[in-house]
Design a binder for this molecule. Structure first.
Ligand code: FES
Length: 97
């Protein structure tokens, strides 16, 4: 799971989200199963804090610490994206020339 560590997302709480995420994973004994990395700006700053879960490339935007248990239980543990929280858009793909 890539959690944006860019300036705007940091201002909006991405660091706290990431910390809560790691704590939840540690408490559930999943820290070795799920890799959580901080990444640079993902390009959707005004919607932050943002994160992307792979495989699948599911985007979550506007995250708060309250979202952590649901994302961990349903997506990272259960394997299904949390549709209510997942972004309904995907960044544009580059056009092939
Ligand atoms: S700072 Fe997070 S998307 Fe730009």
């Amino acid at each position: 799971m890539l959690v944006c560590g860019g300036g705007d997302c940091k201002k909006r709480g991405s660091k706290e989200f990431r910390k809560a995420l790691k704590k939840e994973l540690r408490d559930k004994g999943m820290l070795g199963d799920v890799r959580v990395d901080s990444t640079g700006c993902l390009g959707l700053c005004k919607h932050g804090p943002n994160a992307v879960v792979y495989p699948g490339g599911t985007w979550y935007v506007g995250l708060t610490q309250r979202d952590v248990p649901e994302i961990v239980e349903r997506h990272l543990e259960g394997g299904e994206p949390v549709q209510e929280l997942a972004a309904r858009f995907h960044p544009r793909k580059k056009k092939r020339k």
